[in-house]
Design a protein around this ligand. Structure first.
Ligand code: ATP
Ligand code: MG
Length: 626
């Protein structure tokens, strides 16, 4: 099959296309109508069909592959590996579901899952899905403030947590953070269910509210909990965006559309068939963790590896050792993680048998050419840039080696996934721009299956955040893009990351790439800062590969590099060398906060900031003036 034929059919005959795609999953009642778009921009897929994510991820595979590995939880933090076959996973999920029911959780109730990246977290999610409860996974690296915000938004009946997580060998007790969050929250859950990993020692438990999972697991060891069949458009989960551009949005996902989109993506994009192995290094707290650590691989009857730990510990070969051990076929990670590996001895990539590894997919932020080029060469495998969002749930732009491997163009995540009518729009006129011209990436609704159905509890925010940018009703998360003559799309960063210097519009990403091409630079963030004369001027914050490097000399060289490569108009007006750049917990540069500080404004919502010290350092650098 050719990519072009698949894509064209998905656009020209969407209902026929998706009706066929829907046969890849089990339905209890088949869909009565494929698409209902009577109330734009809301749309419903597979109306009247009833199905269940847990059934499709687990039960469906018991007959044929009950003894095949479903999940592998590999922890460098605890030095342990936990392997579960589909049959064992089925057992654990039934038990967990019974435990949730014993605490009063019912169909439609919310359950907040605040867990480290472990098999138990996946079991908790699948148990919720089984009984029709709506899970809201909160990244285990967030502290009590973030947790409290998300609790108040979701109003859960139960919160599931672990006693502790661990990062770089340091135990991080979760329970005290949960207690603090519950004290702050206006709508705390009735019960807290604690999965005790035995990491945190004595646990503070509040009688009546807090329950340990261990005894419940024994009590329900043989429980059989029937699957709750949900109408395709009922909510399956809530998940928050990264908060890069402001207050995080609670993305609400459906059941049927999500399952169908994931099933399609597993064979067509990730080239995974039943019995094969996928390893995504994302945490379960992000959308990649939901789609390609848990639901996608399991729905496809594949094995999924959940890795808890740093990519460099116990040594920088750990990911590749895991690939060898389990015969991983497809890996999924992020440019940030690859940049960490790039700083290590490259021979770590040569020590293991990676003959079964075919692909490395990277998503989450722009994949710059130096990083893409380095990992492609070092690994000797196909590296594919993936562009998507928490909102979309699965790739928007990608290459599809499961259908037809089109050539990689460095710097571009490739071509649209099936069902996505992508347009590139001129901000000023609202008209489509031609090939090679910059515009804003937009999706012509109805959004395909898998994408968000609304913002949890806030239809107005859904419409205003995503559909209110143009005269025409178009979805956009405001990323800049250029489409070339071959239909490949290049993402230039976010529209609020554009710098307007004396009428010239410059993407922060182009300047960042230019700065990063300087050999002593590890990473760079470029922002536009208000200037009386020029409107805005580019300002650079950079980290150096060697902390003992000459900062002033490097800064001067960076300015020269940018001037040579992009012209005098892009010349940074100032370069600040710092030890760390402020990022979200999901690894994205917080340019809006850098810009606010540089313009003496409030840095804004910092709830998802990873390392407060990084922002403090920026503040000091700005005060020092270098
Ligand atoms: P928020 O919406 O709360 O501001 P966020 O947009 O960072 O946060 P995510 O859903 O985690 O939340 O990230 C999606 C965004 O990440 C995209 O809109 C895009 O800006 C960026 N992105 C993701 N993948 C890529 C990629 N392959 N190339 C370039 N940018 C990417
Ligand atoms: Mg976004």
């Amino acid at each position: 099959m050719r990519y072009e034929d698949l894509y064209r059919r998905s656009i020209e005959q969407p209902e026929a296309f998706w009706a066929e795609a829907a046969t890849a999953i089990d339905w209890n009642v088949p869909p009565q109508r494929i698409l209902d778009y009577a109330n734009p921009p809301f749309r419903k897929w597979f109306v009247g069909g009833t199905t269940n994510l847990c059934h499709n991820a687990v039960d469906r595979h018991l007959a044929e592959r009950g003894d095949q590995l479903a999940l592998v939880g590999w922890s460098s933090e605890t030095g342990s590996v936990r392997e579960l076959t589909f049959r064992q996973l089925h057992r654990e999920v039934n038990t967990f579901a019974a435990a949730l029911q014993s605490l009063g959780v019912d169909r439609g109730d919310r359950v907040v899952v605040y867990m480290p990246h472990t098999v138990d977290a996946a079991i908790a999610m699948l148990a919720c899905a089984r009984i029709g409860a709506v899970h809201s996974v909160v990244f285990g690296g967030f502290a009590s403030h973030n947790l409290a915000l998300r609790i108040d938004d979701a109003r859960p009946k139960v919160l599931v947590c672990a006693d502790a997580g661990s990062r770089g060998g340091k135990v991080i007790p979760f329970k005290p953070m949960v207690d603090e969050a519950l004290a702050r929250a206006e709508h705390p859950p009735v019960h807290v269910l604690v999965v005790n990993r035995g990491l945190a020692g004595e646990l503070p438990m509040r009688p009546g509210r807090d329950v340990e999972y261990g005894p419940l697991r024994e009590a329900h060891a043989k429980a059989e909990v029937p699957v709750e069949w949900l109408e395709s458009n009922e909510p399956s989960y809530i998940l928050y965006t990264s908060g890069t551009t402001g207050k995080p949005k609670g993305v609400q996902r459906d059941v049927g559309g999500y399952a169908v989109a994931l099933a399609l993506s597993m064979w067509s994009i990730y080239d995974i068939r039943p019995g094969q192995v996928m390893f995504s290094t994302s945490d379960i707290g992000w959308v990649v963790g939901h789609s390609y650590n848990v639901y996608g691989p399991l729905i496809a009857g594949a094995t999924s590896i959940l890795y808890e730990g740093l990519p460099t510990s116990p040594d920088p070969g750990i990911w590749w050792r895991i690939c060898e051990r389990y015969g991983v076929r497809t890996m999924f990670s992020s440019p940030t993680a690859v940049r960490v590996l790039k700083k290590q001895d490259p021979s770590w990539l040569q020590r293991y048998d990676l003959s079964r590894l075919q692909y490395l997919f990277l998503a989450g932020e722009p994949l710059d050419e130096p990083t893409a080029g380095w990992i492609t060469g070092a690994l000797g495998k196909t590296v594919i840039d993936n562009y998507w969002q928490t909102e979309t749930g699965w790739p928007v732009l990608t290459l599809m080696p499961g259908v037809e491997m089109r050539p990689v163009k460095l710097g571009s995540p490739g071509l649209p996934s099936p069902g996505y009518r992508l347009r590139v729009i001129d901000e000023a006129t609202g008209q489509d721009v031609g090939p090679g011209e910059k515009g804003v990436l937009a999706i012509q609704p109805p959004l395909p299956p898998g994408c968000l159905t609304t913002v949890w509890g806030n239809d107005e925010r859904f419409i205003a955040s995503y559909f209110g940018h143009f005269k025409e009703l178009l979805y956009s998360s405001l990323d800049w893009a250029i489409r070339d003559e071959d239909g490949y799309t290049f993402i230039l960063g976010r529209t609020d990351d554009v710098i307007n210097v004396a009428g010239h519009r410059l993407g922060t990403r182009e300047i960042e790439e230019s700065v990063s091409s300087h050999p002593s630079v590890a990473e760079a963030a470029v922002i536009g800062v208000h200037d009386e004369v020029k409107g805005q001027v580019p300002v650079v914050f950079a980290t150096l590969k060697r902390s003992d490097g000459d900062a002033a000399e490097s800064a001067a060289q960076m300015m020269r590099t940018v001037t040579e490569q992009l012209g005098a108009v892009a010349r940074p007006s100032r370069v600040y060398v710092v030890n760390a750049l402020p990022k979200t917990r999901s690894g994205k540069l917080l340019r809006r906060s850098l810009q606010a500080l540089a313009e003496h404004r409030d840095p804004g919502d910092l709830s998802t900031l990873d390392d407060p010290n990084a922002l403090e350092e920026v503040r000091r650098a700005l005060e020092r003036g270098a």
